[in-house]
Design a protein around this ligand. Structure first.
Ligand SMILES: C[S@@+](CC[C@H](N)C(=O)[O-])C[C@H]1O[C@@H](n2cnc3c(N)ncnc32)[C@H](O)[C@@H]1O
Length: 339
């Protein structure tokens, strides 16, 4: 992980904000958050932010605040927050993915947003570069964006034509196909079981090792088909049988749980007293880490007893929101040294 993240300075204001908000493209019928928009621009992000009203009400952006969006993605949440901050405040928006940053530079032009390519667990380093001791709130919307899913070259979707990469930052770490080529059968099985909670992990690992002995195993479609052959399709489950294995590989190549654990340990020290930490997770491994940290960390007071989930109305227009769980905590007066 980088110690000194590259910070790009973007601090111009709302004057030149784009006149239309992000909407899904025709091919991605994810349901539109902005239902009043009558035209579609393919250069805009297709990701629709989840729990938008809940994020606004829990982070309560006001003019002059400094907020952090640790997972910029398509910029949907950043935009919602930045629009409320006036000329004095700004959103520091971070992402590991250079493509997300490049798109946001264009799409968020004119809003009070500073963009940094960084892992959110390195927030302290970015804030030090900006000479900001503490912020009013931090949002982490975990996982991957619809834009990453739609980009065939990244291998996040089962239909992608290329190699199984699955890295948020293609310049960091190793692609998933290389992990599958390098690990031993038992290591592959453990990884798929631990990070994907996949019951058929041993069978999948065995088939992977058999297949790679015949020919290099790289292609997304080939690996997805191999996994599907190992996992009996349950009539109760609507997800593709390869979902849990792909999730496990994505978590492994991006070291997602490690990043989240580090972030949970470090971010509270950079929140002002009363400042809020809001985390949206999409699977139980992430949610468990967040729940435990909010419960046990004396620097944090949990504000949500149970996770907040999307309304039926939101899941109808944005199916991605179905598995979203939002937890929010506030910074207490307890210092790191007392803790
Ligand atoms: C669910 S999307 C965020 C969507 C965003 N909230 C929006 O409204 O468009 C998650 C994003 O977080 C990024 N990401 C995942 N883990 C990260 C980490 N540890 N540090 C920084 N960015 C991360 C991914 O690259 C992805 O772009």
């Amino acid at each position: 992980m980088k110690n000194r993240p590259h910070v790009k300075y973007r601090h111009s204001f709302i004057r030149s904000a784009p006149c239309f908000p992000p909407v899904p493209t025709c091919s991605q019928k994810t349901g539109g958050y902005y239902t009043h928009v009558h035209f579609i621009d393919p250069s805009l992000p297709i990701h629709v932010p989840v729990l938008p009203q809940e994020i606004l009400s829990w982070l309560a952006p006001r003019p002059g605040m400094i907020l952090v969006d640790g997972t910029l993605g398509g910029g949907g949440h950043t935009r919602l927050l930045a629009e409320k901050l006036g000329n004095e405040g700004y959103v520091l928006a971070m992402d590991r993915d250079p493509a997300a940053l490049a798109a946001a530079e264009k799409n968020l032009a004119g809003l009070p947003v500073k963009i940094a390519q960084s892992n959110f667990c390195d927030l302290a380093g970015v804030l030090d570069e900006l000479n900001v001791p503490a912020v009013d709130g931090v949002l982490l919307d975990l996982g991957l964006s619809s834009d990453q899913l739609a980009d065939e070259s990244r291998g996040f979707s089962f239909d992608a034509c290329g190699e199984l990469d699955l890295r948020f930052n293609p310049d960091e770490g190793e692609p998933a196909w290389r992990l599958l080529a390098r690990l031993e059968e038992r290591e592959i099985a453990d990884l798929i079981y631990q990070f994907g909670e996949e019951r058929f992990s041993r069978r999948i690992a065995r088939r992977i090792v058999e297949a790679r002995a015949e020919a290099p195993l790289k292609s997304v479609q080939e690996i997805a088909a191999l996994v599907r052959r190992c996992v009996p399709r349950s009539p109760k489950e609507r997800i593709d049988p390869a979902t849990r294995t792909f999730q496990a590989l994505r978590i492994a190549v991006n070291r997602e749980l490690e990043s989240l654990e580090l972030a949970l340990a470090r971010i509270p020290d950079r929140l002002k007293p009363g400042g809020r930490l809001a985390i949206i997770s999409f699977h139980s491994l992430d949610d468990r880490l967040v729940k435990e940290a909010f419960r046990n960390d004396l620097r944090l007071e949990p504000l949500t007893k149970k996770p907040i989930i999307a309304s039926d109305e939101e899941t109808a227009r944005n199916p991605r929101a179905r598995s979203a769980k939002l937890r929010v905590a506030a910074r207490t007066g307890v210092k790191s040294t007392e803790y």
